[in-house]
Design a protein around this ligand. Structure first.
Ligand SMILES: CC1=C(CCC(=O)O)c2cc3nc(cc4[nH]c(cc5[nH]c(cc1n2)c(C)c5CCC(=O)O)c(CCC(=O)O)c4C)C(CCC(=O)O)=C3C
Ligand SMILES: [Fe+2]
Length: 384
């Protein structure tokens, strides 16, 4: 046995000495809403009307997004799963857009003496928003701290867990959530056998969709691959066919800019016109019931469904479901084994290969063909 192979569960995460739970962030009180939105949209050309509208979504919920408590719950669930497996690894939480910021997380990592951390992003699919933007945020944070060398070397060193949309744990947790939703639909008087399962994810600009295809499927293709698996397994569990579609929510940007469609509200209209009466909405694009789910689906899309006379229920996100949390710890151990140069099976479901753990140059750019010019960690790019 090589000396680098861990001798016990306590060392199974070697060479990592910390896990960074890395998320989007959200406001905790009304005064946070505008500064939060400024952080999210800096330099993105989002029209003021859209920002005011999104601000209202948050004020409608008392100025507080559910996302921070959900991340704390996920952190606690990860800590419990790590402890249950005897893996000794501190979990540090940080966000791109709100406290605790990435910079706060790096402070914390230094405080606990971490030298090499592995980042777990709360975004299962890869695109600029779910992958590179986090990698850039890490690099820029370290650069501002004077801890990013010209050769890409850093103070605390970071690796990233691969995008996990096609990991078995994520798929299984979604299957469980959708099966539960069919039970709810029946309780609401709906007819599951006749229902349409509508998977929903965050829309992105078509230019971002195109740039997400780097020797791998694009963002939308990743969703379609997972959706096929989830619907197939749900059909097996329910014992009837499960017809399904993929729709999008939370579009922003100017109306002239094409984003992925159909919008979930438009899609519900099309389904109603097509004599569909019962709908299950499954937000597979999100890992917790944060504001995009609470507003765009539970408030807006469910109201649309009601207006159309549809019986509709919204399936839960994976949240802290056991198969999801177990899968994340499996992914962490897989990443650690790769970092130790061991052969390791990268488990997947569906047709697509595992997403790469070390991003390739120009992977997941914001716009097709336009290098970002911003340094990014956890990839093979070097910014001299
Ligand atoms: C793919 C994707 C995910 C899923 C992956 C992931 O989970 O990371 C996601 C998640 C989230 N998006 C969130 C919030 C916002 N996203 C915005 C804007 C945008 N999102 C985009 C994409 C995504 N976003 C894009 C292309 C934009 C346009 C600006 C840009 O090109 O970057 C805006 C600005 C206003 C607006 O336009 O809506 C807000 C407020 C929250 C927090 C919710 C809470 O507070 O509970 C979460 C988890
Ligand atoms: Fe977003």
């Amino acid at each position: 046995m090589s000396a680098t192979i861990p001798q016990s569960a306590a060392q199974a995460a070697a060479p990592y000495d910390a896990l960074l739970l890395y998320s989007f962030g959200g406001p905790n009180r009304p005064e946070d809403v505008v500064p939060f939105l400024r952080n999210v949209t800096a330099g993105k050309g989002i029209p003021d009307e859209r920002l005011e509208e999104v601000g209202e979504h948050y004020y409608g919920f008392g100025g507080k997004s559910p996302i921070n408590e959900q991340n704390l719950a996920l952190k606690a669930a990860l800590e419990a799963e790590l402890a249950a497996r005897g893996i000794d690894l501190p979990v540090v939480w940080g966000n791109r857009n709100w406290e605790p910021y990435t910079n706060d997380a790096v402070d914390e990592l230094e405080k606990i003496g971490a030298k090499r951390a592995v980042a777990l992003v709360t975004s299962a699919f890869s695109s600029y928003s779910g992958c590179r933007q986090y990698r850039e945020d890490l690099a820029v944070t370290l650069e501002k701290r004077g801890q990013l060398g010209a050769d890409g070397s850093t103070g605390v060193q970071f690796d990233k867990i691969r995008s996990y949309f096609n990991h078995p744990g994520f798929a299984e947790a979604n299957v469980d959530a959708v099966v539960d939703a069919y039970t709810e639909l029946a309780a609401a008087g709906g007819d599951g056998a006749a229902a349409r399962l509508v998977f929903v994810t965050h829309s992105i600009p078509e230019t971002m969709e195109a740039a997400s295809r780097i020797s791998h499927a694009t963002y939308s293709q990743q969703h379609l691959d997972l959706a096929r698996v989830v619907a197939g397994r749900v059909a097996e569990r329910l014992g009837h066919e499960v017809p399904w579609d993929l729709a999008y929510c939370s579009r922003s940007g100017p109306p002239s800019q094409p984003w992925l469609e159909p919008d979930v509200n438009d899609h519900l209209e099309a389904l109603a016109a097509d004599s569909v009466r019962d709908v299950v909405l499954s937000p597979i694009g999100f890992v917790s019931d944060h504001m995009e789910v609470a507003y765009d689906l539970d408030t807006e899309a469910l109201a649309t469904a009601k207006d159309l006379g549809l019986t509709a229920v919204r399936a839960g996100t994976v949240g802290t479901r056991e198969p999801f949390v177990r899968g994340l710890v499996d992914l962490l151990l897989e990443r650690a084994a790769l970092a130790r140069d061991e052969d390791v099976a990268e488990a997947t479901v569906g047709e697509l290969p595992p997403f790469r753990s070390v991003c390739a140059p120009n992977c997941c750019l914001r716009r097709d063909g336009e290098p970002s010019g911003v340094p990014a960690l956890c990839g093979t790019e070097v910014y001299a």
